[in-house]
Design a protein around this ligand. Structure first.
Ligand SMILES: NC(=O)c1ccc[n+]([C@@H]2O[C@H](COP(=O)([O-])OP(=O)(O)OC[C@H]3O[C@@H](n4cnc5c(N)ncnc54)[C@H](O)[C@@H]3O)[C@@H](O)[C@H]2O)c1
Length: 382
């Protein structure tokens, strides 16, 4: 009989429940426990989400039946929690960014290697079928030599001075905000799809709201619209709302990425355009089932997600026939299918198909160099 793999989720705000939902869509996996910032909230969330056990983090680590732990907490906890999970002999799926400091990420990579346990970083955007399609089409030469790459990731959820979240506090989020939070996905995708490596960066950040109004009461307990002036304190903001980064790649060509969390109307829009010597690929995460293929000598093409039109590898990430849209929640399901196949084997594969702690380290390295470049206002080598 196939063994049921048992998992626990640490942190059940926005993305923790997305992990839970994805895991529940895969056979032979059971989420048996969660951890929260305090026991009262853990018990409340366990009831709400239908998870049988609410533990403190230390108690959870002592449960022998838990095979895998998903870290879905604010960034500053990823390092210590991932380390503790590995030391407890359990497999780990950590949210991005892997850590807030490069040395921490380096240590986690070494520890995961030493333990041989499965380690993954949730760069789930790689698992849009169209992203895999672009990658495999590039591998088979349909893009040709890459001339340039232009990427953007735009959001508006921090548009107003009254918008507030832990991501605005460097002790919880790290020294970068927009680049670490959403730029990390975009840069991961850029290297993943193109197969190129970023070799040098030149960054320019801007903090549009130099101060923000922080709610004095817990933000989730009531909607922003019900707050009055006396419910806020004004706090200084020292991480970027917006960033532009020029990129140099290891094939000698160039590109750029722009990220912003203050772009009205752009809810969560990652757009990438890769110009090659044979064609151009353009893809946008807000219309993830479509891709534009630009041509010079023939008519441009518009490809819709359809397993019968996709490469075999990309079709493997599709669960529904053409015309049946798949989106953000499906990306985690597709990624966890690969991660849990490794968990079933009990060890990290030699060449994992999923993003690992090493990929998490790579993104942190690029992010640190981007921060350095912005500080120096100069090109910095990766
Ligand atoms: N891959 C993606 O697409 C994606 C999307 C969103 C968030 N994320 C990442 O996921 C992480 C969480 O983001 P979020 O948006 O869900 O944040 P969130 O604030 O909505 O949720 C964080 C949760 O962690 C809990 N928590 C805080 N301290 C804890 C502790 N010591 N022990 C246990 N639980 C604790 C909080 O109570 C909250 O429920 C971040 O690192 C973020 O970068 C990734």
């Amino acid at each position: 009989m196939t063994k049921t793999i048992k998992a626990a989720i640490v942190g059940t705000g926005f993305i923790g429940p997305a992990h839970l939902e994805a895991l529940r869509r895969i056979p032979n996996i059971e989420v048996i426990a969660l951890c929260e910032v305090n026991q009262e909230l853990a018990e409340e969330k366990a009831k709400l989400l239908g998870i049988p056990n609410a533990y403190t983090f230390d108690e959870m680590l002592k449960q022998p039946e838990i095979d895998v732990v998903h870290i879905c907490t604010p960034n500053f906890l990823h390092y210590s929690q991932s380390k503790a999970v590995l030391e407890a002999g359990k497999h780990v799926v950590c949210e991005k960014p892997l850590a807030t400091k490069i040395e921490e990420a380096e240590e986690l990579v070494a520890l995961a290697k030493e333990k041989g346990l499965v380690n993954a970083v949730h760069f789930n955007l790689r698992y849009y079928p169209m992203v895999r399609q672009m990658k495999t089409m590039r591998e088979s030469g349909e893009l040709g030599d890459i001339y340039s790459i232009m990427g953007s990731y735009l959001q508006d959820w921090l548009f107003l001075k009254t918008d507030y979240n832990w991501r605005l506090e460097p002790d919880k989020s790290g020294d970068s905000r927009a680049i670490a939070d959403i730029g990390s996905h975009l840069l991961d995708l850029t290297e993943y799809v193109t197969g190129l490596k970023v070799t040098e960066v030149m960054a320019d950040f801007s903090t549009v709201h130099k101060t923000r109004l922080k709610p004095l009461k817990a933000i989730e307990t009531y909607s922003g619209k019900m707050l009055t002036e006396s419910d806020y304190e004004e706090v200084d903001i020292n991480t970027e709302d917006h960033a532009t980064v020029l990129l140099r790649f290891d094939n000698g060509n160039k590109g750029s990425v722009t990220v912003s969390q203050v772009n009205a109307g752009r809810k969560n829009r990652l757009n990438i355009e890769i110009a090659g010597s044979k064609s151009n690929f353009e893809w946008c995460s807000e219309k993830p089932n479509e891709m534009w293929i630009g041509k010079r000598e023939t008519a441009n093409q518009h490809l819709m997600k359809d397993p019968s039109l996709f490469t075999q590898e990309a079709a493997g990430l599709i669960s529904f026939p053409g015309g049946h849209n798949e989106g953000f929640p499906d990306t985690s399901k597709q990624m966890f299918k690969e991660v849990y196949a490794a968990v079933a084997e009990g060890k990290q594969p030699e060449t994992p198909s999923f993003p690992t702690f090493e990929d998490g380290y790579r993104e942190l390295l690029i992010c640190e160099r981007i921060i350095e470049s912005n500080k120096k206002q100069a090109w910095v080598k990766i």
